[in-house]
Design a protein around this ligand. Structure first.
Ligand code: DQA
Length: 144
């Protein structure tokens, strides 16, 4: 089983950006947590981060026939990008959405998630643990 984990804009600045919302751990430590979790679960993983909407669309398209599942935190593009929603629908690879913060209890403009409409499940508000939960959930979902 192989997963692609996609992280959107500004997540590379974890640890620096708004630590009261996103915590003090770095993006590198998130990568290490995802890799360790996948290794323990015997899942192959590729982790991709981009600040560019089109690059994320390209990466989703390239995943066709390459991975069994996608875990995606589209960051700010969550709330704006129909292109990312359409790409997820186009490849039809089972996908799970993750957000570090609880987007439902923040500003109104964060309440809508377009990407989430193409995902089988969302984990929001659990910090880094949300990625661990998403990996375990997607593995079980694919084994059904
Ligand atoms: C985020 C929530 C988004 O609203 C925000 O734009 C982000 C990060 C999260 O992980 O909590 O950049 O996706």
């Amino acid at each position: 089983m192989k997963f692609l984990v996609i992280n959107g804009p500004n997540l590379n600045l974890l640890g620096i950006r708004e630590p009261e919302i996103y915590g003090t751990y770095s993006y590198q430590s998130l990568i290490e947590l995802i890799e360790t979790t996948c290794r323990n679960e015997q899942i192959g993983v590729e982790i991709y981060q981009s600040n560019h909407e089109g690059a994320i669309v390209d990466r989703i398209q390239a995943a066709l026939g390459e991975v069994d599942g996608i875990i995606i935190n589209p960051a700010a593009y969550t709330h704006t990008s129909i292109a990312i929603l359409d790409a997820l629908k186009a490849v039809a690879i089972p996908a799970v959405e993750v957000h570090l913060s609880d987007i439902a209890s923040r500003e109104d403009f964060r309440k809508i998630s377009y990407a989430g409409m193409a995902c089988v499940k969302t984990f929001a508000g659990f910090g880094f643990d949300g990625y661990v939960e998403a990996i375990r959930f997607l593995k079980k979902h694919l084994q059904k």
